[in-house]
Write a protein that binds this ligand. Structure first.
Ligand code: TYM
Length: 347
């Protein structure tokens, strides 16, 4: 291609999403992301899923643990229902198009846009002089992950909304600057009963793999006893469950447990409240624990089985990377052309 693409394009639906292998996955990752990745795959849309190891190293990662967590993440995807024959599953660093497009987007994104990213401000805290440059540039690499495949839809939890708005801004600015209609303006897909699962110890904080308290989260590696104990000890209030969702307005911990129940059982939060109206937490928590164990234990068991053969996981990631590369490389070649880079190397 020598002339930039001028004609309007329509973009075929394609889903991309990623998870950082920066720690074990939590119930938040499962309900907000993984479970929905499987639903999208099963709807028959083209799906590309990635363990974003290059994002993970924006904060320090022990190399051996990073390798282990990347394999464990892949095992979690497969155990949760991602089928490598129907979805592309790989780790980011094996497809260099991400880093290459990430650089180009570093030159499209503006310092002001990046400085407004709340996740950067939260992670950097008072330490912003001392965090990596990669942590600041993180959302531009995320835009590259998505747009290297011209992905049209990105299923994520609520906390990624701002990053996806930035991805849209980058796509629009690139298209405008180069007078092309090359990148789609990607739609975030934030849906379901648990787009923001909260900590079991504090209803104002997101459930997170980096929370210092293990009691705050359910890990996908927790066994049945650990899951039950954490739900039994989850912070609540002394009131029974109300008749309608309105009654949970100022009760974030209670609302969180209802949302978790709803997402695990595939119901709406309204119908969970209707079912348990007037029940005390002494009744509700054991039912939630039973449901969580029934849904999560098979995944944990399958993850453990898959982890016994790390070479097979590596083979799956390698095959996925080859398929991902086959989509991203021609797109990246067009990008180089549009930007004005000479590509004359003989291979
Ligand atoms: P990460 O690794 O923090 O989380 C992975 C996915 O899990 C969702 N999630 C939650 N959903 C509900 N409740 C929670 N408590 C919760 N915690 C996490 C996240 O919203 C996310 O969907 N920047 C991304 C990774 C990324 C990415 C991408 C995502 C890199 N490139 C391209 C989509 C597309 C992140 O840190 O997710």
């Amino acid at each position: 291609m020598s002339e930039p693409v001028q004609t309007p394009q329509t973009f075929t639906p394609r889903i991309f999403s990623g998870i950082q292998p920066s720690g074990g996955l939590t119930l938040g990752n499962y309900l907000g992301a993984l479970k929905r990745f499987v639903e999208k795959q099963d709807e028959g849309i083209e799906t590309i899923y990635c363990l974003v190891d290059m994002h993970a190293i924006t904060v320090w990662q022990d190399p051996e643990k990073l390798r282990q967590q990347t394999r464990e993440g892949a095992a979690a995807f497969i155990a949760a229902g991602i089928d490598p024959a129907r979805s592309i599953l790989f780790n980011q660093s094996q497809v260099t198009a991400h880093a290459e497009l990430g650089w180009i987007f570093n030159c499209v994104a503006r310092m002001g846009w990046m400085s407004r990213m709340t996740q950067f401000k939260d992670k950097a805290g008072k330490n912003s002089e001392n965090v990596s440059l990669g942590l600041f540039a993180y959302p531009a690499l995320m835009a590259a992950d998505i747009l290297a495949y011209k992905a049209t839809h990105v299923p994520v939890g609520e906390d990624q909304k701002q990053h996806l708005e930035l991805t849209r801004d980058i796509a629009i600015k690139f298209n405008n600057d180069y007078k092309v209609n090359f990148f789609p303006v990607t739609e975030p897909v934030i849906e379901g009963a648990a787009t923001r699962v909260m900590s079991l110890r504090d209803g104002s904080k997101k459930m997170s793999k980096s929370d210092p308290s293990d009691q705050s989260r359910i890990n996908l590696t927790d066994d049945a006893d650990a899951i039950s104990a954490k739900i039994r000890k989850a912070k609540t209030d002394p009131e029974p469950l109300p008749e309608t969702l309105d009654g949970l307005k100022d009760r974030p911990e209670a609302r969180n447990l209802v949302n978790i129940y709803a997402a695990l059982s595939g119901q709406s939060a309204e119908s969970v409240v209707a079912e348990f109206a007037g029940a005390q937490f002494g009744t509700f928590k054991p039912r939630l624990a039973e449901l969580a164990v029934a849904k999560l234990s098979p995944i944990t068991t399958e993850m453990n089985r898959l982890m016994r053969d790390p070479a097979e996981i590596d083979r799956i990631l390698g095959r996925g990377a080859e398929q991902a590369e086959a989509i991203a490389r021609p797109i990246l070649n067009d990008v180089y052309d549009i930007v004005g880079m000479i590509r004359s190397r003989q291979v």
